[in-house]
Design a protein around this ligand. Sequence first.
Ligand SMILES: *[C@@H]1O[C@H](CO)[C@@H](O)[C@H](O)[C@H]1NC(C)=O
Ligand SMILES: *[C@@H]1O[C@H](CO)[C@@H](O)[C@H](O)[C@H]1NC(C)=O
Ligand SMILES: *[C@@H]1O[C@H](CO)[C@@H](O)[C@H](O)[C@H]1NC(C)=O
Ligand SMILES: *[C@@H]1O[C@H](CO)[C@@H](O)[C@H](O)[C@H]1NC(C)=O
Ligand SMILES: *[C@@H]1O[C@H](CO)[C@@H](O)[C@H](O)[C@H]1NC(C)=O
Ligand SMILES: *[C@@H]1O[C@H](CO)[C@@H](O)[C@H](O)[C@H]1NC(C)=O
Ligand SMILES: CC(=O)N[C@H]1CO[C@H](CO)[C@@H](O)[C@@H]1O
Ligand SMILES: [Cu+2]
Length: 581
Amino acid sequence: MKQMFPMQGIVPFLLIFLALFGKLGAISQGKDSLVNTSKLEMFVDELPDMPRIHGYDMVDGSPKPKLLTIGMFSKKWKFHRDLPATTVFAYGATRNTATVPGPTIEALHGTATYVNWQNYLPSKHILPWDPTVPTAIPSTKKGVPTVVHVHGGIHEPASDGNSNAWFTARFEEKGPAWSRQTYHYDNNQHPGNLWYHDHALGLTRVNLLAGLIGAYIIRQPDVEGPLKFPCGDEFDRPLFVFDRSFSVDGSIYMNSTGNNPSIHPQWQPEYFGDAIVVNGKAWPKMVVRRRKYRFRIINASNARFFRFFFNNGLEFIHVASDSAYLGNPIVRNETLVGPSEIVDVVIDFSKSNTDEAILQNDAPYPYPSGDPVNESNGKVMKFIIKKEREVDTWQVPNELIKYPSPDLSSVSQTRYITMYEYTSDTNEPTHLLLNGKSYDAPVTETPKAGTSEIWNVINLTGDNHPFHIHLGLFQVLDQTELVDDKEVFKGCMLKENDAISCQISKYARGKKIEVAAHEKGWKNVYKMAPGFVTKILVKFSYIHSNTSYSFDPTGQPGYVYHCHILDHEDNAMMRPLKVIN
Ligand SMILES: *[C@@H]1O[C@H](CO)[C@@H](O)[C@H](O)[C@H]1NC(C)=O
Ligand SMILES: *[C@@H]1O[C@H](CO)[C@@H](O)[C@H](O)[C@H]1NC(C)=O
Ligand SMILES: *[C@@H]1O[C@H](CO)[C@@H](O)[C@H](O)[C@H]1NC(C)=O
Ligand SMILES: *[C@@H]1O[C@H](CO)[C@@H](O)[C@H](O)[C@H]1NC(C)=O
Ligand SMILES: *[C@@H]1O[C@H](CO)[C@@H](O)[C@H](O)[C@H]1NC(C)=O
Ligand SMILES: *[C@@H]1O[C@H](CO)[C@@H](O)[C@H](O)[C@H]1NC(C)=O
Ligand SMILES: CC(=O)N[C@H]1CO[C@H](CO)[C@@H](O)[C@@H]1O
Ligand SMILES: [Cu+2]
């Protein structure tokens, strides 16, 4: 089935629909109302530590499952000392305690956490969304649809936050795949860094921009304890990094005019903001002691990549990437983080020869060939290092946690996944697709539970796309550039959409790029280079044991895989994934 431009037929209908209730988004704003970020003083707000919520109860010294209730609230938030407070959407146990990002959920391996996710959002969005991309739209036209996905989680399909399982305030309206109020996370996977965020169809980019994100950590003390890593609330800190622009009234600024307004009135292919926000404050500062700290750095930008480095040469000791530990620590003086990727690093401030260290970013945007950063978006936060030397009992051993390597002999399927971008006659992107198919076209990726598969991801666009698979973890095996006349290959793919008949092997013979050492472990997001074929091995079973999933992965509504540039995911670089027996 070839469905290269599936949206075209519905666009005229949607435009009429838009004309009927057009003022969906925020009032349109010009450049004049934007804050000139270079006038905001940096490093004036303290880095917040988000509230921590345990996803288990201790009863007589042993952990027991726990039911949490977490709401999504509309409330005021100040992103900087000199910006007025503005309306955001925030997760929290109560409206008063809700924060951006939301509370950090700390779960225990082997002990289930249940979460009753509650929507208390108002009837109108605070940001301009676009009804002409495939979008959750309540029939009453009231309420902001939401559904929560725990990124990196290995759990049942009905609790995975399928984009069609959305619901509005007080469950007044529910999407076609909605099945339950309380999600069940059994936490039987390996320990590591997860994060929860909104995943509603066509609204993911605006719901995350509005603030619906939070960290979810799975701990396994018997496995992690012996490492003697920095631990406890003071020394083990999630850092949520994202970019936002602000209007002078303090509100989050998002352009409400699309790049092809006659096709998509609001949708823009990539959101970039000029201010770098960490844990809800623009360019914060943190006072640290002269010893080791662990930072779980989560990139929650819509589209911005970050290449972090310290102005004083301090190094990053990588101990995990995405959700999984590395076998050995990898020391680097800089680290590239794609959207929604996680780097888990230890930083040893006793090695600093200055009393201040500025965390900086020099990734061009869009990555890798866009604009260079400047003073504003090239700085992230400042660490003020106490002068006193102290005895540091934390360690980073040479051996961390080793999971078995991918077993190539057990591969049951090879698939080709192709990334396409379509443009208008003004050469502006209109939408992007995986395999030329819309999200609602019948499922084509149906792996068997317990098997591994090879996926060759062919990037025929000019951008780097962070590729994310729900449920399965993967390792990157190989990245090969397409050579010879790649335009001929692209032309064939646009016509036939079949990598084998378009003779992929004839073109995938160019230079190879080595996978960075700290990215060789098990991942759930990887950056797919433009003009390359990236070969990954995806494992549809646990990485830490040979037992089968402790839930039925074949149930409804299944899973998805998608590009994690949120503006692409929404329009519509996402496809269903159905695990079978
Ligand atoms: C922002 O302010 C800086 C410093 O005053 C100035 O150099 C820059 O041109 C301004 N940027 C914009 C977009 O107005
Ligand atoms: C950095 O670039 C952004 C976007 O062009 C601009 O708004 C901002 O004012 C610049 N900052 C400085 C310090 O020049
Ligand atoms: C908003 O996007 C439109 C279309 O790409 C562009 O023409 C306009 O300059 C943008 N507005 C601002 C304030 O950047
Ligand atoms: C990091 O180290 C590499 C190789 O030694 C060097 O080329 C690069 O400039 C360094 N980067 C920073 C930010 O210090
Ligand atoms: C952050 O994540 C976004 C979206 O996945 C990605 O486009 C961006 O490159 C990432 N930035 C960094 C620094 O990793
Ligand atoms: C699973 O079984 C295979 C083959 O018996 C073995 O090589 C591998 O180490 C096992 N994996 C784990 C995590 O125990
Ligand atoms: C930046 C880049 O290399 N883009 C390429 C992506 O792949 C397509 C198809 O091979 C090329 O046409 C682009 O030049
Ligand atoms: Cu993308």
